[in-house]
Design a protein. Structure first.
Length: 326
């Protein structure tokens, strides 16, 4: 796999392809980031972008993880003390999961977002951005909550973070696309350069195959889950043996293999008794997906294998949480 393929592996969108190819030609020392709001234990949503950061470290890039404490405060996630305690736990979990600590810079938003220069730039951005444009970039508000002014300021700060962290590439889930497009539109108005962005997919709801997997709604898998919890959640997952002909439903079991398991393991072994055909070995996701479609791989065997590999990935983080809480 060449550098460009490694950088863009499992990306849903590349903005723009030309800019990312230029980065791939000389990735050494280039700075890439993801921002995480410190709001709890790491779950598969966090870990999908973390997988991409691991790819980018392998490509030679320097990773910046923004522990967005000011953003979390604006989103009503607690006091600064509570938020920073959560952020420290998240930092330890990311390292346990596989980020190279020697090549990862963890930054609190409050280290630079309260400085005078940043604040004045934020006010200038507020002047330049219409309320409708900021609202379009805003994250979805859960439960019918009424939007506050802080919710509108949030994406403007995300836009400035890209400049103030001295980045060459921004990474986020596809739900961050509107923020990154806002940054590309507005940063030049402040005299700053635009940066390319990679957007990772959104995994479907585990139980239904619809919408997106969410820690606030429905079922997700987190580093708090025991081996038994992981197995139970995966075994109850939606996993049709064939693709939905209408294209309305996704197969979250296959998505988790594609975006979480295959990027982290050289080969996947499905253990089966000889009377059912014996073990199956896969080095590529496409082969496993094809076998599930053809009936060679039974959904129950796929789920059991997925649970085992996911548990292996999150086990170090689970142990780190136990250490931190003891």
């Amino acid at each position: 796999m060449d550098t460009y393929e490694l950088i863009t592996r499992n990306a849903e969108e590349v903005v723009t392809d030309e800019e990312v190819r230029e980065l791939a030609d000389d990735p050494a020392g280039k700075r890439v980031y993801v921002g995480y709001e410190p709001s709890g234990v790491l779950h598969l949503g966090h870990l999908l972008t973390a997988n991409k950061l691991i790819d980018l470290q392998e490509a030679g890039m320097e990773v910046v993880v923004l522990l967005a404490d000011v953003h979390a405060y604006l989103n009503g996630k607690g006091t600064f003390e509570e938020i920073r305690d959560t952020a420290e736990r998240m930092k330890a979990q990311f390292v346990a999961y596989g980020l190279d600590e020697s090549n990862t810079e963890f930054v609190y938003g409050s280290e630079f977002q309260l400085d005078e220069e940043y604040t004045l730039d934020l006010h200038e951005l507020e002047l330049a951005t219409t309320l409708n444009r900021a609202q379009r970039a805003m994250a979805e508000i859960a439960g019918g909550e009424t939007a506050k002014v802080s919710h509108v300021v949030y994406p403007l700060m995300q836009t400035l973070d890209i400049e103030y962290l001295d980045l060459d590439l921004a990474v986020g889930g596809l739900d961050q696309r509107k923020v990154h497009m806002l940054a590309r539109e507005e940063l030049p108005e402040l005299g700053y350069d635009v940066r390319p962005a990679l957007h990772t997919p959104i995994v479907a709801d585990l139980e239904s195959g619809e919408g997106k997997m969410s820690s606030s709604e429905g079922v997700t898998i987190s580093m708090e889950d025991s081996t038994e919890d992981v197995a139970e959640k995966v075994n109850s997952a939606f996993c049709p043996p064939t693709r939905d002909p209408e294209g309305d439903l996704e197969n979250p079991v296959l998505e988790l293999f594609e975006y979480h398991v295959f990027p982290r393991f050289d080969e996947i072994i499905v253990e089966r008794p000889e009377k059912y055909g014996g073990d199956l070995t896969y080095e590529e996701y496409e082969a496993l997906a094809a076998d599930l479609e053809s009936g060679e791989l039974h959904p129950a065997d796929a789920k059991g294998t997925l649970a085992s590999y996911l548990d292996e990935l999150i086990a170090p983080g689970r142990e780190k949480l136990r250490e931190l809480r003891s």
